[in-house]
Design a protein around this ligand. Structure first.
Ligand SMILES: C[S@@+](CC[C@H](N)C(=O)[O-])C[C@H]1O[C@@H](n2cnc3c(N)ncnc32)[C@H](O)[C@@H]1O
Length: 247
């Protein structure tokens, strides 16, 4: 039978597409498909003005010689305070999040451009670029990211990447917001559909997802990925785990 290389290439593309649809995950954009709804997780990011005091105070005590990784940096809410405290910061998010023009600290810019113009010790990468994966970091921050991810598998993959990138005896801070008034109202809201350990909330154009993960749930995810727990708990609506890498 004559070989048809174009058919082979088309078959490979089709297979990759089917796999990404089946896992509900489109890597380059970090959009997830659940129950037929597309979840644009980039829209869950909050502005710098809504940074929480507990995490800001934790950042303010970090060793200033540290190199930091802000994994799922969103609108740079914690990248900016991190960059003021530690020596250098790498901020990573989906391509759409780092390259779209949005309002950042009152300026219309993209995350990438904003960092180039205003944050000399910050480098921004999209998840599918590999520059940030070639090194290890003294501190890795992953704030409010896993609660925006609707599959346990994708969350585990992200925490495993944090483990891989953390230097030996470095520190990993994983946080979520595990309580607020919206969360309690979702239980009786017909637009909020229970999914996994959270809710899929239908909007006019698309849907958003929020997992309700307390500190025990965060500890479990961290232990599964090989972290050793230093400390965990809650501060008001925030759940956190501080962990390290011993192997
Ligand atoms: C709620 S925002 C939090 C942003 C920021 N960390 C903060 O606290 O303001 C969630 C972010 O996670 C990103 N995200 C979603 N899935 C991700 C994944 N698998 N890896 C890295 N980032 C992801 C989204 O694009 C979004 O910017």
């Amino acid at each position: 039978m004559a070989s048809r290389p174009h058919l082979h290439v088309a078959a490979i593309f089709a297979l990759v597409w089917v796999c990404s649809e089946l896992t509900g995950l489109r890597w380059e954009r970090m959009r997830y498909t659940v129950k037929g709804f597309e979840i644009r997780s980039e829209n869950a990011a909050k502005p710098a003005s809504s940074a929480g005091r507990w995490l800001l105070e934790w950042i303010a005590k970090l060793d200033c010689r540290y190199s930091g990784l802000d994994l799922g940096c969103g609108k740079l809410r914690y990248t900016i305070p991190l960059s003021r405290r530690v020596k250098s910061v790498v901020a990573v998010d989906s391509q759409v999040q780092v390259d779209r023009v949005q309002t950042l600290s009152g300026t219309k810019s993209s995350v990438r451009r904003y960092a180039t113009d205003n944050l000399p010790n910050v480098r921004v990468y999209s998840l599918n670029e590999d520059g940030w994966r070639r090194r290890s970091y003294d501190v890795v921050l992953c704030s409010n990211v896993i609660s925006a991810i609707p599959t346990r598998k994708a969350r585990a993959e992200l925490v495993s990447i944090a483990h891989e990138r953390l230097r030996h005896r470095g520190i990993f801070m994983l946080t979520t917001q595990f309580r607020n008034s919206y969360f309690s109202s979702w239980a009786s809201d017909p637009l909020a559909i229970p999914h996994c350990d959270g809710f899929l909330v239908r909007g006019k154009k698309n849907a958003s997802f929020y997992a309700l993960l307390d500190s025990d749930a965060l500890v479990k995810i961290c232990c599964q990925q090989g972290f050793s727990i230093i400390h965990s708990g809650h501060s008001k609506e925030l759940a956190f785990v501080l962990a390290t890498r011993l192997r």
